[in-house]
Design a binder for this molecule. Structure first.
Ligand SMILES: Nc1ncnc2c1ncn2[C@@H]1O[C@H](COP(=O)(O)OP(=O)(O)OP(=O)(O)O)[C@@H](O)[C@H]1O
Ligand SMILES: [Mg+2]
Length: 267
């Protein structure tokens, strides 16, 4: 049977984004190019303030791009924002759970937003509570949850609608080692089922373990993109930490030069 070529789940070309303020514009994303094949995990790395959350914001239709084309799940984020929203799930850097509601109530809210039937919704809520070890805490208000429990609930809420593309902005920050492993297992299970994941992380070992592909954001551009092994080889580095430090040094080569070198080298 002939295979039908599938469009990458995420395609970003020439993305530009500034924040406007009274003291002037701040250019955060200068010229970002990024391709994420369907059914893979990409880790977006970058120093604090590099623009990771801004990128996730544009890709998830929460922020409007100034220039460039961004397609997610086969749709343009500007012209077909509703279609993009229907295909994605987002877990933000700051948790979006309602403190006054219980964990189960938060999940039921998402069931209604996702227009799931009653029986299906009940099943999904029970399954997600179980998967994230929140069953015992299900009927307690979120205000009594620990930081890690909130994070897990947030991710469970993202998954209620079974989205094709999932954005996770620093999903494991503040999680204990066991919870972090649980989350890695979840990410792997989602990808095995065909979901595409773009995650940001400051834990480079996590990117190494989880990601099919790593993209490093620096100076408003993706200065390197490849598998963890490719990037280590190109930079003659033992760990992704070393790759990251070499690429994001303030005095490193200009982003444009680095992009060309790295992308050609990993091809
Ligand atoms: N709403 C906003 N208004 C103005 N400037 C902003 C806004 N959000 C972010 N910025 C600025 O844009 C830059 C990139 O921020 P962003 O949050 O995208 O970085 P990040 O890579 O996610 O950083 P971190 O690792 O700390 O989460 C920073 O200089 C930040 O101050
Ligand atoms: Mg951020």
């Amino acid at each position: 049977m002939p295979t039908i070529p599938t469009e990458p789940a995420i395609q970003v070309a020439g993305l530009r984004k500034s924040y406007r303020s009274r003291s002037g514009d701040q250019l955060v994303l200068d010229d970002v190019d990024l391709v994420v094949p369907a059914g893979t995990v990409t880790a977006l790395l970058g120093a604090n303030g590099a623009g990771k959350t801004t990128t996730v914001g544009v890709l998830s239709t929460l922020l409007a791009p100034d220039a460039g084309t961004v397609r997610v799940a086969g749709h343009d984020v500007v012209r077909e924002a509703d279609a993009v929203r229907a295909s994605i799930g987002v877990t933000g850097q700051v948790t979006a759970v309602d403190e006054l509601l219980t964990g189960a109530e938060n999940l039921r809210l998402m069931v209604r937003l996702a227009h799931l039937g009653r029986a299906e919704g009940r099943e999904r809520v029970a399954e997600l509570l179980e998967r994230f070890a929140l069953t015992d805490a299900a009927d307690k208000p979120v205000s009594t949850y620990s930081g890690g429990m909130r994070r897990k609930l947030d991710l469970a809420m993202t998954l209620v609608s079974a989205p094709a593309v999932v954005f996770l902005d620093e999903p494991t920050t503040g999680l204990d080692p066991r919870s972090r492993r649980t989350l890695w297992d979840e990410v792997r299970a989602l990808v095995a089922a065909g979901t595409t994941i773009l995650l940001t992380t400051q834990y480079l070992e996590e990117a190494d373990q989880l990601a099919d592909q790593v993209a490093v954001l620096h100076g408003g551009r993706v200065v390197a993109q490849g598998t963890p092994d490719e990037l280590k080889r190109v930079h003659d580095a033992g760990t992704l930490d070393d790759v990251f430090l070499a690429l994001t040094e303030p005095a490193a080569a200009t982003p444009a030069e680095t992009t060309t070198t790295d992308q050609e080298a990993v091809r």
